[in-house]
Each structure stands twice: as structure tokens, then as C-alpha cells.
Design a protein around this ligand. Structure first.
Ligand code: FES
Length: 111
């Protein structure tokens, strides 16, 4: 668990209403771009072994590629079955075209 800002990806590498994977300190992270804002979460569905970065972004919702469960990318809450557990999300910031993430709570959600 760290409150340091860690480089994740170039902003230009994430298209609007899309998601890309990034690895930060050994953690697989999904980086979303919604209306020009960047969001980050764990890159793992809480329902099964699926990478959310392979799913589809619809507005501020990520749809899991495996069983189409949905989460809000802003706060990670589970929106539709079969998912019920939220995903961990992380703060992001953009500086000079680069996206940085704070891995707060990565190990211990809500800590
Ligand atoms: S693994 Fe994501 S909905 Fe089943």
C-alpha cells in the first residue's frame, strides 16, 4: 500500500470511452478514459478470472468480457449480475500527458 503517484500509461494510449491494461509495481491495473477523465481499478473481475481491460466501456461502466457483469469505473461498485462484489479503484492524475495512479488500498480495500 502506497500513497506515491506512480506512472501508469501515456494519456494518448487510452482512447475516449476505452480501457487499457497497465502493470504497476506488479499489480495489474485497468486504466479507463471517460469524458476526458481517467479512472483506474484492479484489472480483475470479482466474479471470475477475467481481465476487465478486455471488456467494454459504456459511459462510466465497464462490462466484464466473460459474463457481462458491470461495474462503475468511478467508484468500483457492482451494477449488474452476476457481479456483486465491488472492484477496488485507485486515484489518478494526469501530468504532461502521463497518467499516474496511487495504489491506495490495493492490498487492503477500505483499510
Ligand atoms: S468473470 Fe466477470 S462477470 Fe463473470
Amino acid at each position: 500500500m502506497s500513497d506515491a503517484w506512480i506512472y501508469a500509461i501515456d494519456a494518448d494510449d487510452v482512447e475516449e470511452e476505452d480501457v487499457m491494461p497497465a502493470e504497476i509495481e506488479g499489480q495489474e491495473i485497468a486504466i479507463y478514459r471517460v469524458e476526458g477523465q481517467f479512472y483506474a481499478s484492479v484489472d480483475r473481475c470479482t466474479h471470475g478470472a477475467a481481465n476487465l481491460s478486455e471488456g467494454i466501456v459504456i459511459d462510466d461502466v465497464i462490462e466484464c468480457p466473460l459474463h457481462q457483469g458491470r461495474f462503475c469505473v468511478r467508484d468500483g461498485r457492482a451494477l449488474s449480475a452476476p457481479v456483486s462484489e465491488p472492484i477496488s479503484t485507485f486515484p489518478t492524475k494526469v501530468e504532461h500527458g502521463k497518467v499516474y495512479v496511487q495504489l491506495i488500498g490495493a492490498d487492503d480495500k477500505g483499510g
